[in-house]
Design a protein around this ligand. Structure first.
Ligand code: SF4
Length: 344
């Protein structure tokens, strides 16, 4: 559908969305506040995590780091620890840096302008729009996958959401229906996108805008949104050695910018005199965004105390045990391996 051919009067759709939101907004802890710090943390936490999966993490995080200052002054490893279980740990590293940015560049006061919020480490246009509209009355639509889906179905619009101009295009489309209260509108669209206009089997009968929805009226919902480009996932093989002795095992913190930055991992090599201690191996498949990992973990039970001590001294590994490992953040497959290793 060509945008220019549409009537400019779509504002009643925004009103219906707001009306629906008044009665149906999800009762979430971060909905009771306009504190930009909390809204920002919640937007980052729930970017790649479902609400019911991330809610406890969010509550624990806010309890430990109730404000920008506390977060900025914390050790990075502790921030990572409180992120444990949420995955995509670069988000935790970025919010920690952004908190320090707010302390240094904004005297500890959360910036209230969209352009300034956008300067914070790890904050994209979506998050900046959400925080500025919910907390400061900003007038930017918080366009994400939910917006793409709802708007492309609403207008039966075949603009390709994998196109690099999709954000701008759907922001303009959102502006056609956007009411005065953009903060509530953005939150309503988040709720409609995740609870009603779901990717599969949308609940059109319960949708507040079903009378206006073109895809619904022509029964072509599954044709929208249009996405042509599929990013091919890269295959990647990793090898680790679970080197242990008397209930203790060896770890180190990753430095690489590649994947799992700053998380802890097992050694990725052993010395030749340790090969006789290998008792078996296990291969684990794990998917990351755009990567299919195949992780082979060798179990190395070191019988010799001298070889154990020499290996640690030469490679500066940390010694831990299962209890100690709870205080550190590991990539999910290694975390699972540690838990299972104890059951054997
Ligand atoms: S009517 Fe159905 S397809 Fe259209 S916006 Fe509502 S839920 Fe989505």
């Amino acid at each position: 559908m060509e945008k220019d051919n549409r009537s400019s009067d779509f504002l009643h759709i925004g009103s219906k969305i707001l009306e629906w939101y008044k009665n149906n907004a999800r009762d979430l802890p971060f909905r009771q506040t306009k504190d930009p710090y909390k809204i920002w943390i919640c937007e980052i936490v729930f970017q790649q995590t479902r609400i019911n999966q991330g809610l406890n993490h969010y509550n624990n995080f806010i309890k430990r780091f109730p404000d920008v200052k506390t977060l900025a002054e914390a050790e990075e490893n502790e921030v990572l620890l409180y992120w444990k279980g949420l995955g995509y740990y670069s988000r935790a590293i970025n919010i920690h840096k952004a908190a320090q940015q707010i302390m240094n560049d904004y005297h500890g006061i959360f910036p209230d302008q969209y352009e300034e919020i956008l300067k914070l480490k790890g904050v994209g246009k979506y998050t900046a729009a959400a925080v500025s509209s919910i907390c400061f009355g900003g007038r930017m639509p918080a366009v994400d996958g939910n917006f793409y889906r709802v708007l492309s179905r609403l207008f039966a619009d075949d603009f390709d959401i994998s196109n690099s101009k999709a954000f701008t295009y759907f922001s303009e489309l959102a502006a056609l229906v956007m009411p005065e209260n953009v903060g509530d509108f953005n939150q309503a669209m988040m709720d409609i996108g995740s609870e009603i206009c779901k990717p599969k089997n949308p609940l059109c009968g319960e949708c507040p805008i079903n009378e206006d929805c073109l895809a619904f009226s022509i029964q072509k919902i599954s044709d929208y949104p249009v996405k042509t480009k599929k990013v091919k996932a890269e295959d990647l093989a990793l090898t680790y050695y679970f080197v242990h002795r008397n209930g203790q095992f060896l770890i180190r913190q990753r430095k690489e910018d590649f994947i799992w930055k700053k998380l802890f991992e097992f050694p990725d090599a052993i010395s030749s005199n340790m090969e006789t201690f290998i008792t078996g191996s296990k291969t684990i498949a794990h998917k990351l965004t755009h990567k299919n990992l195949s992780i082979e973990i060798f179990n190395v039970e070191v019988i010799s105390e001298k070889i154990w001590n020499d290996f640690i001294a030469e490679n500066q590994y940390l010694i831990t045990d299962v209890e100690g490992s709870h205080e550190k953040s590991f990539p999910k497959p290694l975390e699972n391996y540690i838990q299972n290793s104890l059951k054997d």
